[in-house]
Design a protein around this ligand. Structure first.
Ligand code: NI
Length: 184
């Protein structure tokens, strides 16, 4: 297991759509070791999500996890392969996001509050579930990475863009539900 370097905005992989994995390839030691490395990398960075293009890999894999003592808040480690994401609700809700590949910035990003995710898990078993609110936001952010899209592309208005220190000082509210891939 190893911590991989996280690439930043400007690296071409972040703008390259990822490719689906054949189930036989997913089962190989190479891909399974890569998934373990992604988990190490996300935890080392203190992130809640990580997509393969962020470690310069072009496979359709993302992972997410929110560790918390509060079972209402906690999101268990989830490994998502070859995902399809759709939303039945048209309304979008804005909330704050950050990204490990765009360090130190936060902005308000509109997202669906509910999404249905269909994918494979790391063992090639089907995943099919509906996620809400913060988890739905994480899924949309990470799914975007697999399509070469970053959160800045989703912002309606760059006037909310802020550096972390200034965000904390001037913009954070106690009820803001932040998706910051590097949760401090
Ligand atoms: Ni990101």
């Amino acid at each position: 297991m190893a911590v991989l370097p996280i690439v930043r905005l400007g690296h071409p992989q972040l703008r390259t759509p990822a490719e689906a994995l054949e189930p036989e390839h997913l089962a190989t030691a190479e891909v399974q070791a890569f998934i373990d490395d992604m988990i190490d990398t996300m935890r080392e960075a203190g992130g809640v999500g990580l997509a393969a293009p962020q470690v310069a890999c072009g496979w359709q894999i993302f992972i997410y996890e929110l560790a918390s003592d509060d079972p209402e808040v906690e999101i268990p480690l989830t490994v998502v392969v070859n995902p399809m994401v759709e939303s039945a609700v048209r309304e979008l809700e804005e909330d704050w996001e950050g990204c490990l590949s765009i360090p130190d910035l936060r902005g308000l990003v509109p997202r669906h509050a509910e999404v249905r995710l269909r994918a494979l898990d790391r063992h090639g078993e089907p995943l099919d579930y509906v996620a809400y609110d913060f988890e739905a936001r994480v899924i949309q952010h990470e799914f975007d990475h697999l399509n070469g899209v970053i959160f800045l592309d989703r912002m309606r208005d760059f006037r909310s863009l802020a550096f972390m220190d200034e965000w904390r000082e001037y913009l954070a509210s106690e009820d803001s539900d932040v998706l910051d891939e590097a949760v401090e």
